[in-house]
Structure formats: structure tokens, C-alpha cells
Ligand binder design. Structure first.
Ligand code: ADP
Length: 394
């Protein structure tokens, strides 16, 4: 089976053509500068082709993807009809979507209704969907929501302690993000440890970071909230912050709330703590090794907050059996993993420094006598989207 996975942003669009059973990717690529000029990067195995193609809208971008996929030289299929289904990443499913679903008019309407909750992403996701519907009118399209996995949270986890009207009228609550990644890692971890009933904390640590408390495969709590700003500090996002800080900064600097939130989303996090040196953990590691105290503090603060949430979730679930690390930092940065686990000795967490000295591989890094298993489980959001899509259209 061939599933085309689409992740449409406002000016870019990522795609992968994959077999959901094997996870084999026959082609993948990226359309960039949509609405500006347009560039397609198409990869088949180790071969990469870059083409400048006008892309005034997402329609031309998707059309260029189709052309590349069926091209005599760089293509991997003979005809677009060989694409059995399309799976779309949709960022915000609000209160409406607790699972992936086949796209029809009511689903489109539902995604539109969630635009106030995901004003940057949902409109772009919709552009990707409608462009595919036009070019492949008979091919089933599936929406896979970043928020859906977290819909199993109980009210005590998802409600904010603010007046009820904001929840009832405006659907303001904790939603959480990276759900497709958390779901993939939870399922894969169950396979790896050969159990289905266990308590885990998944640490998705990348440029954007979130953590999820997962019991028997179901999300109990997660660090991000109504928006992806909440939780641990990230590359450029502050993470959790006293709302009073917003008032203070707006008043003192005559700043609008929008500008202040822009600062908290784009100019904060480890970037800010490092003295604006970098949001990339590799640069921070180099900086810290060369004696830059700001870089060291940025990494220290990050690891401290991640460890605090593991502790909070151990309390929330009355114990944990497994900790998993995933995404760019979680999969690659052994120093971050070691520093986080260092705090968790009281839970019986013990990692083996030699096993931890690896990157991007599925590997158990805890010692045999550790009370909690610790794993690196590389995420694969595209595969999860393809598998959900296949399940729904079969
Ligand atoms: P996102 O999907 O949120 O943009 P990723 O999950 O791709 O982010 O993670 C990107 C981050 O991963 C980079 O900012 C970088 O700090 C970190 N990263 C990638 N490779 C390494 C590495 N080898 N060592 C340490 N950190 C790394």
C-alpha cells in the first residue's frame, strides 16, 4: 500500500510516500517558498533533486509533488492512482477530534472551527487538504491531529483553574501537542518491552519539547497546553511562566500582549538563556565545554525542568516503569539524557554511561538493576500518520 503523508505549513510542505506496513519510504521531499517563488527538493534513496518551480499556492506545490512522484527519471510510481490514500498532519483538533478520521465536509468544517485555537497552523493544513482533494478527488484523505492522543486526559489534568465560562464558551483548556509522536513512541515502547500495561513518561525533546504521562497506552497528562508555549523551556519558547510576567513586561515596556507572546515564543527558551548564542543544543554543548556559563545554564535549566516533570508525572501516575527519550535532542544528546536521569536516582533510575553513548537508535540505556527502564526510541510521526491512514481506509 502507498500512503502519501503531507505536512503542510503556511509557506512550506513536507511529504513522504511510504508503505505503512513496512515503514519503507519510497520518496520524500519538501516544497519551500510557497506563495513567494517556489522550490521543490525531492529525495529518492540517496538521490536528491532540487528544482525551482513556481508555487503561487499550495495547489501548484502539491501538483509539483505529484509530477515528481510519477516522473520518468526521479519518480517512484507510474501513475497518481497508485497512491492509495493521503494522510494529513493537522495541528489542532480542539475538543472535536479525539482520533484520526477520514476527511469529509463535516471534518473540514471541524478543522475550520478549530482555527481560533490553531491560528497559524490549521489554515495551512486546510490548504494542503483542499489542494490534494482537487488533484486526487477519488483518493481517500485522512486527518491526523497533533492533539488527538491527549484527549484521554481527565478534567483534573486538562482544566485550567480559571472561571468556567472560558472553558464552556471558548474551549480554553490544556490540549497538548506532538500527540502523533507520543502515540508512536508509546506503541513502539510497548512492542520493545513486550508489555501493554505499564506507566511511562515520554520526553519528546527537540526544538519544540513536550512530555507526556502515559498509562497503558493512554495519555494521562502532558506539558503543553492550549498552545505549544507551555511546559519545559524549548529552543526559543519560554515554557511555563507566571502569567503576571506578561502584565509586568507589557506595562514596563509599553508592549502589546501579542508582541510579548511573540517574544515568549520566538526569543526565549535556551536561546535567551544562552545570551542569544543559539537555540541548538549542539552549540550550547560546545559553548558550555568552552566555559561559556550562559550556555551551561541554558542546558542545566532545560534538564532540571524536564526532570521536574518526570517527578510530577511519577506522582500523577503513582509510579513509573519506563522513561523514553525521543526527537532531535532526546535521541542525540547523551549529556541531556544523563543530566535528566541524574535527578531521578530517588525513583531507582540508573543508566549505563556506555549504553547512553549513542545516537538515534532504539536502545535501552538503563542498567539491568534500574527500577525504571530508560529507552531511546526515535520518533516517526510520518509512519504513525501513514498507519492511522491505512487503518481508516482499509
Ligand atoms: P523540531 O522537530 O521540533 O524542529 P527536532 O526534533 O528536529 O526539532 O530537534 C531539533 C534539535 O535537535 C536541534 O535544535 C538540535 O538542538 C537538536 N539536535 C539535533 N542533532 C543533535 C545532536 N547530534 N546532538 C545534540 N542535539 C542535537
Amino acid at each position: 500500500m502507498n500512503v502519501l503523508v503531507i505536512n503542510a505549513g503556511s509557506s512550506s510542505l513536507k511529504y513522504q510516500l511510504m508503505d505503512p506496513q513496512t515503514g519503507d519510504v519510497s520518496a520524500k521531499g519538501l516544497c519551500e517558498r510557497i506563495g513567494i517563488d517556489g522550490r521543490l527538493t525531492h529525495k529518492v534513496g540517496d538521490n536528491k533533486v532540487v528544482k525551482e518551480i513556481p508555487m503561487p499556492t499550495h495547489g501548484e506545490a502539491i501538483a509539483s509533488v505529484m509530477e515528481a512522484l510519477v516522473d520518468a527519471e526521479i519518480g517512484v510510481i507510474k501513475s497518481v492512482s497508485e497512491i492509495d490514500a493521503v494522510g494529513h498532519r493537522v495541528v489542532h483538533g480542539g475538543n472535536k477530534f479525539a482520533d484520526s478520521c477520514v476527511i469529509d465536509e463535516s471534518v473540514i468544517k471541524g478543522i475550520e472551527d478549530c482555527i481560533p485555537l490553531g491560528p497559524l497552523h490549521n489554515p495551512a493544513n486546510l490548504l494542503g487538504i483542499t489542494a490534494c482533494q482537487k488533484l486526487m478527488p477519488t483518493t481517500p484523505q485522512v486527518a491526523v491531529f497533533d492533539t488527538a492522543f491527549h484527549m484521554t486526559m481527565a478534567p483534573k489534568a486538562y482544566r485550567y483553574a480559571i472561571p468556567t465560562e472560558y472553558y464552556e464558551k471558548d474551549a480554553i483548556r490544556r490540549y497538548g501537542f506532538h500527540g502523533t509522536s507520543h502515540k508512536y513512541v508509546a506503541r513502539r515502547t510497548a512492542e520493545l518491552i513486550g508489555q501493554t500495561e505499564f506507566k511511562m513518561v515520554n520526553c519528546h525533546l527537540g526544538n519544540g519539547s513536550s512530555m507526556a504521562a502515559i498509562m497503558n497506552g493512554k495519555c494521562q497528562d502532558t506539558t503543553m497546553g492550549l498552545t505549544p508555549l507551555a511546559g519545559v523551556p524549548m529552543g526559543t519558547r519560554s515554557g511555563d511562566i507566571d502569567a503576571g510576567v506578561v502584565q509586568f513586561i507589557c506595562n514596563n515596556y509599553n508592549m502589546s500582549v501579542n508582541d510579548c507572546l511573540n517574544m515568549l515564543n520566538k526569543k526565549s527558551g535556551v536561546l535567551a538563556l544562552s545570551g542569544n548564542l543559539s537555540s541548538d543544543f549542539r552549540d550550547l554543548e560546545d559553548g558550555a565545554k568552552n566555559g561559556n556559563a550562559d550556555c551551561a545554564l541554558a542546558r542545566e535549566k532545560f534538564c532540571y525542568e524536564v526532570a521536574k516533570y518526570v517527578g510530577a508525572y511519577a506522582a500523577a501516575m503513582n509510579g513509573i516503569d519506563v522513561i523514553t527519550f525521543t526527537a532531535g535532542v532526546g535521541e542525540n544528546d547523551g549529556g541531556v539524557r544523563a543530566a535528566v536521569c541524574e535527578y531521578l536516582g530517588y525513583l531507582g533510575v540508573k543508566i549505563d554511561p556506555e549504553k547512553n553513548n549513542c545516537r538515534g537508535k532504539e536502545v535501552k540505556i538503563s542498567t539491568d538493576d534500574s527500577k525504571v527502564q530508560v529507552w531511546i526510541v526515535p520518533t516517526n510521526e510520518e509512519l504513525m500518520i501513514a498507519q492511522d491512514t491505512a487503518e481508516l481506509v482499509k
